[in-house]
Design a protein around this ligand. Structure first.
Ligand code: SF4
Ligand code: SF4
Length: 466
């Protein structure tokens, strides 16, 4: 990989290919529209673009972030567009609010609450295409206004998700030999003179490759390799930056606290993954949706547009806050000393391995359950005829492969128990380094892996094994 990065066409060629695919997906999505939500539930799987975006592309982005780091950013067409736009744009420096990361959190919440749970952009291909087009447009607009990769660093709605999950990955960007960087005269990898070089830019997200200590922000774009390479004044060992193997979970075990924006994001996603997995089984689906359904019934908003917003607020804000507060409240009630800000930003990282495991399980369930739809996906890429055929039973889908259920069950359990184990180690390390009160009171904090992770394990066992 590090040799590939030295070529001018890598990863540019991959970005051009993903851009072409992205445009084709938008075109295909625009061809299939419906206001009938029962029909949309089938159409979302028969429309090729919708099938790829929500059932394969999105899960693959999550899987890749957990195992490889932000490798999606390397091939992302939005990175290409925003950096091209920034070359000819106004090049404003983003202010403190933009740099705080709150726009990423808010952007994600708007997509989740309004896009998915109110407008069903994940079910109606036409609406999905509007969303993708809006994303592309905002990338270009941000590129035209702000300097360098402002969109990737501070606005992209998946930025926090990829950054936090990448802390688990066994690969990371760093430099091979610190001595070479210390002796370096040109610092091409950070020099503003190289900020807008077409291939071989200094870092667009304001990182110093010589001092990267985790995977959170690096886009794996490889520009600093090219920059270090092209400006090599003959020193052995350059290009110095590269993508290297590192111990599993190194970044999460470094216990770096989350920013306020990342913490709120993490809280919302911790509720979202519960929804994603618990709604797969009718028993837990009924239990989980009981509260938002009853709130909607009480308010008389069942069939209005605000139904989705109330459901989102209940499941992705109120319930996760209660789940997060339970270990904290118990810890304080037995005399533990820890401010609530510290608990959320520092101990909140213990939720990440379990959330990642739950996201992986959902990715497994989704990608494998959609296998039968591929049979007709290329003969009818728009998917309207296939959806009608499935509804009136003139089109029969092939059954799921026989290996699917046992394989998914085993892998789900392994993933969830790995998530619980990593989270437990994080809590152990945190209680040893962060707590001022005696460790014997820290048992309550182990409820993060025990209660939150345990809930996933119990549900998967009951659902899949009994
Ligand atoms: S990565 Fe390369 S350009 Fe950057 S400081 Fe090190 S040697 Fe210099
Ligand atoms: S450190 Fe290098 S690879 Fe990472 S984002 Fe910056 S330029 Fe790209």
């Amino acid at each position: 990989m590090n040799r590939l990065f030295r070529f001018w066409w890598f990863p540019l060629l991959l970005q051009v290919i993903t851009l072409v695919v992205f445009v084709l997906l938008i075109v295909d999505g625009f061809a299939a529209d419906t206001n009938n939500m029962a029909f949309a539930k089938i159409l979302r799987n028969t429309n090729l673009a919708n099938l790829i975006v929500w059932s394969y592309w999105w899960p693959v982005i999550i899987i890749s972030a957990i195992f490889l780091g932000r490798i999606w950013c390397m091939v992302c067409p939005m990175e290409l567009l925003t950096s091209l736009a920034a070359r000819v744009g106004l090049k404003y420096k983003p202010n403190g609010f933009v740099r705080s990361g709150w726009i990423i959190t808010l952007f994600y919440i708007v997509i989740l609450f309004v896009g998915i749970h109110t407008l069903s952009i994940h079910r109606v291909p036409f609406r999905m295409s509007i969303y993708l087009l809006a994303l592309l447009t905002s990338t270009v607009i941000v590129g035209l206004i702000f300097r360098r990769n402002t969109f990737c660093a501070y606005i992209c709605p998946v930025g926090h998700l990829l950054g936090l999950y990448a802390r688990l990955a066994p690969f990371g960007w760093s430099t091979g030999n610190m001595l070479i960087c210390r002796r370096c005269k040109d610092h091409s990898c950070t020099a503003s003179a190289n900020a807008y070089v077409f291939q071989g830019r200094s870092c667009g997200v304001d990182l110093d490759p010589a001092h990267i200590d985790d995977n959170t922000n690096c886009l794996l774009c490889g520009q600093c390799i090219k920059s270090c390479d092209h400006n090599n004044p003959g020193i052995e060992g350059r290009p110095n930056p590269g993508w290297f193997v590192r111990p599993w979970f190194k970044d999460i075990f470094a216990l770096k606290p989350m920013t306020a924006a990342q913490t709120v994001f993490c809280l919302v996603v911790s509720g979202f993954v519960v929804y994603e997995l618990f709604t797969e089984w009718n028993v837990t689906k009924g239990l989980l949706l009981w509260l938002p359904d009853n709130i909607n019934m009480l308010l008389g908003t069942e069939n209005t547009w605000s139904h989705g917003l109330i459901k989102s607020l209940t499941l992705f804000v109120i319930l996760p806050i209660l789940v997060w507060l339970l270990p904290y409240g118990l810890f304080r009630s037995v005399g533990g000393k820890l401010s609530i800000e510290e608990f959320f930003s520092v101990f909140g990282i213990a939720f990440i391995p379990i959330m990642a495991a739950a996201h992986l399980v959902k990715a497994l369930l989704k990608t494998t359950s959609r296998i039968p739809y591929w049979e007709n996906a290329f003969t009818d890429p728009v998917g309207v005829e296939s959806a009608r055929g499935i509804l009136d039973k003139s089109l029969q889908l092939a059954p799921l492969p026989a290996w699917r259920d046992p394989a998914v069950t085993v892998m789900s359990l392994v993933l969830v128990f790995c998530g619980i184990a990593v989270s437990t180690v994080v809590i152990r390390k945190l209680t040893m380094t962060q707590l001022r009160s005696p460790e014997c009171r820290a048992w309550a904090l182990y409820l993060i892996p025990g209660l939150y992770g345990g809930a996933f394990a119990v549900v998967i066992c009951l659902w899949r094994l009994f």
